[in-house]
Write a protein that binds this ligand. Structure first.
Ligand SMILES: Cc1cc2nc3c(=O)[nH]c(=O)nc-3n(C[C@H](O)[C@H](O)[C@H](O)COP(=O)(O)OP(=O)(O)OC[C@H]3O[C@@H](n4cnc5c(N)ncnc54)[C@H](O)[C@@H]3O)c2cc1C
Length: 407
């Protein structure tokens, strides 16, 4: 089988790229190991994604945003980071649009909307339940082989197959990889007191806690713990879990009642040494696998879609080769320029706040008070609060009304 573009991974990044390139009329095949039912109606996975205004604008242009029910969109006004019991907070926001930093939408809702935006496209085919088991790069095309023995040849191969990308490995591209030995537990909870639409994060001794606002009386509890402790917590029954959460959050939000089981994500950050190779490019987590603490993973994934599609869409529209080396090199430079500072800044925040040795504790107390001077804070702030480019008045009002309805 021959196609112009084959995308390995129909996660939110792969689906978004297929949608972005589809307007050229190019034939695109998406391949994913997951079955069709899991792609078309993904189950709740605990992840609540904080979207920036730029990402909302991107999703709107991709025809994904309008497929998300306004009731599933929650206001995010501000983010605050605390160190243990210290009253000083590192603050981000409120943002410049309607005083909002962005909004919260669950990962499964984004995936479902992105799949629906792709399934209506005649020139895009989704091959579900298909695992890529090998690939071969030739001068004029790339050939991938699926677990059922089928071959697909394409002019351009896209790796959108997660931070543990098989495509990246097969292309011989290395990656910085930090296994942190901790797991992030996430789940919905009913809370007894109002969160004020503020995302709050506490770096405590031996644990990091966060509470993400999901409208009236509901929030996402996020706990980063050593893997063994996370496994123990995951086994608790609902009532015992509620009490344990209340104890760990020191009663700040009153009674906490679990509304979903806790989902566990072992924490590993990755950064690919290169984002492109001959006839291939990496996007989404396959390019940059962020620590979730600064909520930038999918926001950067959408940035990779924007950067790559802006380079190759004009070429496709002229009937040219989408694997044009100069265009791929420009994508690499642009995406590295945007992602590298935020990746390093996030890692330095994680390093500073999760080190419980006395010198680190003193350093973070000082840094919280001098927060405005921290380069890391500035890098995160730039990404979080950057308004969307070329936003029209119409788009601004659509986004604002969804945010208002969502609350
Ligand atoms: C707890 C948590 C909270 C987060 N919060 C935020 C947030 O607030 N804001 C934010 O921006 N980001 C956040 N993120 C990050 C965000 O979830 C990810 O960046 C995003 O889901 C990555 O999308 P992706 O499409 O690149 O990869 P994935 O979602 O990992 O999709 C990869 C796809 O590739 C498929 N695949 C893999 N290997 C193969 C193969 N060999 N053959 C075929 N298919 C294959 C998989 O089945 C999968 O469908 C969070 C992450 C976590 C874990």
């Amino acid at each position: 089988m021959y196609t112009q573009i084959v995308i390995v991974g129909a996660g939110p990044a792969g689906l978004s790229l297929a949608r972005a390139l589809s307007s050229s009329g190019a034939r695109i095949i998406l391949v994913d190991t997951q079955q069709l039912t899991a792609l078309s109606d993904p189950s709740f996975d605990g992840r609540e994604i904080a979207l920036t205004h730029q990402s909302i604008s991107d999703l709107e242009q991709l025809g994904v945003w309008d497929r998300i029910d306004a009731k599933e969109v929650f206001t995010l006004r501000e983010a605050q980071i605390y160190d243990g019991k210290s009253p000083y907070a590192l603050r981000y926001g409120p943002g410049e649009i309607d005083g909002q930093l962005g909004c919260m939408v669950s990962n499964c809702t984004i995936r479902k909307a992105a799949y629906e935006a792709v399934k209506v496209l005649e020139n895009v085919e989704v091959l579900a339940g298909a695992k890529v088991v090998s690939l071969e790069v030739g001068k004029r095309s790339v050939r991938i082989t699926l677990s059922d023995g089928k071959d697909i040849s394409a002019a351009l191969l896209i790796g959108a197959d997660s931070r543990f990308s098989f495509v990246r490995d097969q292309l011989g591209i290395g990656a910085e990889m930090n296994r942190l030995g901790k797991a992030m537990l996430v789940g919905r909870v009913k809370i007894g007191s109002w969160h004020d639409d503020i995302a709050t994060e506490w770096f405590d001794h031996g644990q990091t806690l966060a509470l993400l606002p999901l409208g009236d009386g509901v929030a996402s509890a996020v706990l980063t713990l050593p893997e063994s402790e996370a496994a123990t917590l995951q086994k608790l029954k609902a009532e015992a879990l509620g009490q344990e959460l209340q104890r760990r959050y020191r009663g700040r939000f009153g009674t906490m009642t679990p509304l979903s089981p806790l989902h566990s994500y072992p924490l590993t950050t990755t950064y690919s040494k290169r984002f492109v190779a001959h006839r291939a490019a990496l996007i989404g987590d396959a390019a940059v696998g962020m620590h979730p603490v600064t909520a930038h993973g999918f926001n950067l994934g959408l940035a990779s879609v924007r950067h790559l599609s802006e380079e190759i869409l004009p070429i496709l529209e002229r009937g040219g080769d989408p694997a044009n080396p100069a265009a791929l090199a420009r994508y690499e430079r642009r995406h590295r320029r945007e992602s590298r500072p935020i990746y390093l800044a996030t890692n330095s925040i994680v390093g500073l706040y999760t080190d419980d040795r006395p010198p680190a504790r003193i350093a973070r107390r000082v840094s919280l008070r001098l927060a405005q001077l921290l380069p890391a804070r500035k890098a995160v702030q730039r990404m979080l609060m950057k308004p969307a480019r070329e936003r029209t008045r119409l788009r601004r009002s659509v986004i604002s009304s969804k945010l208002r309805l969502g609350r």
